[in-house]
Design a protein around this ligand. Structure first.
Ligand SMILES: Cc1cc2nc3c(=O)[nH]c(=O)nc-3n(C[C@H](O)[C@H](O)[C@H](O)COP(=O)(O)OP(=O)(O)OC[C@H]3O[C@@H](n4cnc5c(N)ncnc54)[C@H](O)[C@@H]3O)c2cc1C
Length: 365
């Protein structure tokens, strides 16, 4: 299941406050750099100096200061003309929706743009899927097809692995084997690439390499300030910035999570038995790690990188305390326990990737 924290701040329709530069190049990296480049080029390529340039450059200027009217050089004139040009060329279109965070945000953004809304995405990094596959059921992927985000053909293209049956089991409680539950490994790299192309082809704008710095909410619009200087206005802001979203942090007043799921694992080569998966499996009861008590759960499934490649995750749920085990301590346990759980020896495995993460959870109050 694709999961992620999503907070929506909805606003009434508005008549516009500040511009969303949606007619600029589709994928924005750093507009300020591009602007400086343009000014520099025009000064360089001007063959014959203008009369103004000749007059201004013949006067020696010193003591320029920062305030309005405080600079007298020709270069300063060109700088101000550059700013003036950018004011003139600023588009006045507004976004209907700005999606903050692109990893899962690209999916909701594409669903909304397919409905005819004007949508922008702001993504701090390059919008690209991770190497490690996502586990998902076909039924869930079909929902993306129904929402107009994927074509059915895309499903085959992004599916790196499929595996059945799938086990659920708890210590001394027996096992249940199911079919088609979280039994596909999809490539996040391919999936996001396909959806990104679709989003852009619908006229979507992606501000890549731009961080959300602040959001101000007014009666008629939300104004989003990017750390790189752009300002966007929108009727709706969707927070898809993941577990560590600054919006969630602010809404929760920086409160400590009520519980945390800690996960460690690896993708490794050398598993001869590699056709089924474990959705959730626990073979041991509560044990002590340092000063904390934990119960481990496992997840295991074939990986798309090769027939002997398998991903295994070990996770546990804890209250966040100073005594809670660190991820590295869990990994130390994992190297001992995983070979026993999978019936292999560490010596026979080539570790391709070490994986870890933390998932904070909150009780609704
Ligand atoms: C070890 C591990 C295994 C997992 N396995 C699976 C799996 O098999 N299947 C599955 O469905 N899920 C899995 N997950 C869960 C996984 O985290 C989610 O599926 C998915 O990555 C969540 O996406 P997200 O967009 O909600 O959050 P994230 O992946 O955290 O993405 C948040 C995005 O917001 C951007 N961002 C953050 N702050 C800002 C800012 N200020 N301005 C602009 N952009 C910002 C980030 O750059 C990032 O792109 C796994 C997670 C871990 C750690």
């Amino acid at each position: 299941m694709l999961s992620g924290a999503t907070v929506m701040v909805s606003l009434r329709p508005f008549n516009g406050v500040s511009p969303c530069p949606s007619k600029h190049p589709l994928v924005h990296r750093n507009r300020q750099t591009a602007l400086r480049g343009t000014i520099y080029m025009s000064a360089q390529t001007q063959a014959v100096p203008s009369r103004t340039q000749r007059i201004m450059e013949s006067i020696s200027v010193s003591g320029e200061v920062g305030g309005a009217g405080g600079a007298y050089s020709y270069n300063a004139l060109k700088r101000l003309d550059g700013i003036w040009s950018s004011i003139c060329s600023t588009q006045t279109d507004k976004c209907d929706v700005v999606v903050c965070g692109g990893t899962l945000g690209i999916f909701i953004a594409t669903a909304l743009i397919a409905k005819g809304l004007k949508v922008c995405i702001v993504e701090r990094n390059i919008l690209k899927g991770r190497e490690q596959e996502w586990n998902i059921s076909r039924k869930e992927l079909m929902e993306l097809v129904e929402a107009g985000i994927l074509d059915e053909d895309d499903i085959e293209e992004v599916t790196a692995m499929s595996f059945n049956p799938n086990r659920c089991g708890f210590e001394n409680k027996g096992e249940i084997w199911v079919e088609d539950i979280l039994n596909l490994g999809v490539s996040p790299v391919k999936l996001i690439e396909i959806v990104k192309k679709r989003f852009v082809s619908f006229g979507g704008v992606i501000f890549e390499g731009c961080s959300v710095s602040s959001i101000s909410i007014y009666e008629d619009a939300a104004i989003l300030q990017l750390a790189e200087g752009n300002i966007l206005s929108s009727r709706l802001i969707i927070d898809a910035m993941g577990n560590f979203s600054p919006v969630v942090k602010q809404i929760r007043g920086g409160r400590k999570p009520d519980g945390v799921c800690l996960v460690v694992g690896s993708c490794a080569r050398g598993f001869k038995e590699n056709s089924t998966s474990d959705v959730i499996y626990s073979s041991s009861s509560v044990k002590k790690v340092g000063n904390a008590e934990v119960q481990y759960f496992w997840e295991a499934f074939p990986a798309g990188s090769g027939p002997l490649d398998r991903t295994t995750y070990m996770f546990t749920y804890v209250n966040p305390q100073p005594t809670s085990p660190k991820l590295e301590e869990l990994l130390e346990d994992y190297w001992d326990l995983m070979p026993k759980y999978q019936g292999v020896s560490m010596d026979s495995l080539e570790i391709l990737r070490v994986i870890y993460g933390i998932f904070p959870t909150y009780r609704d109050r």
